[in-house]
Design a protein around this ligand. Sequence first.
Ligand code: AP5
Length: 213
Amino acid sequence: MNLLLFGPPGAGKGTQSQFLVQRLGYRHFSTGDLFRAALRLGTRLGLEAKGFMERGELVPDRIVIGMVEEEFRKLGENQAWILDGFPRTVPQGEALEDMLQRLGISIGRVVFLTVRRELLIKRLSGRRMTADGKYVYNIEFNPPKMPGVCDVTGEKLIQRDDDREDVVLNRLKTYEEMTEPLKQFYAAKNRLSEVKGEGDPEVVHSRILELIQ
Ligand code: AP5
C-alpha cells in the first residue's frame, strides 16, 4: 500500500519512514532529502532551493512538482513507496492527484502525525545527523553514545542549517499557513488517518502498522 506521510516539521516523518523501509521494504522518497542531496552536489536544483530552505520557506511549487514527477518515473513497478514532505501546499496536492492518475498509481493512506508544537521545537533544535543525513540522532531523545559522534560511522555529527531556532519558528509558521490546509483536502477524500506521533518511536511505528496492515 502506497503511503503519504504528512505532518509538521519534526513530527517524525523521516524516522518512521526509515522503520517502514527497513522492516517492510518500502521505497522512501523525501523532497527535503532530494533538495539537500542536490545542494551537496551543487546542482542547479540545489542552488534554486537553497535560499528558500535556509529561510524556512517553501521551494516554489513549479520546481518541486517537476522534481517529484521525475522521481515517480524512476519507480519500479509493484514497489510500494512512502512519500514524505510532498505535497506541502494544496496546489501540490492537486498536481499529485493529476500525476498519479496519469501514471496509473494510487495512494492507499495519508498518515498524518500529530505532535504538540513545543515538542516539535525541542525535537528540531536537538536533531543531529551525519552529513549525508543517513543517521539521525537527537541530543535529548536519542543521543549518540559519544556526544557529537555517529555510533555507526564514527563521523562528526552536524546540525541542519534550518534546525536553528529562528528558522525552526519560520518553518512552523510556513507549515501552519501553507501545509495544514492539506488536512482538509485529504479528509474530504476520506483518505486521512491521524496517528499520535508522540511517545517512543517504536510505539509510533506500531500505531502506523495497525493502520496499514
Ligand atoms: P524536510 O526535510 O521535508 O523537513 P520537514 O518537513 O521540516 O521535516 P523534518 O525532516 O525536519 O522532520 P521529520 O518529520 O522528518 O522528523 P524526523 O523524523 O527527522 O524539508 C526541508 C525544507 O525543504 C523545507 O523547509 C522546504 O524549504 C523544502 N521542501 C521540502 N519539501 C518541499 C515541498 N514539498 N514543497 C516546497 N518546499 C519543500 O525527527 C526530527 C527529530 O526528532 C530527530 O532528531 C528524531 O530523532 C526525533 N524524533 C523523531 N521521532 C521521535 C519520537 N517519537 N520521540 C522523540 N524524538 C523523536
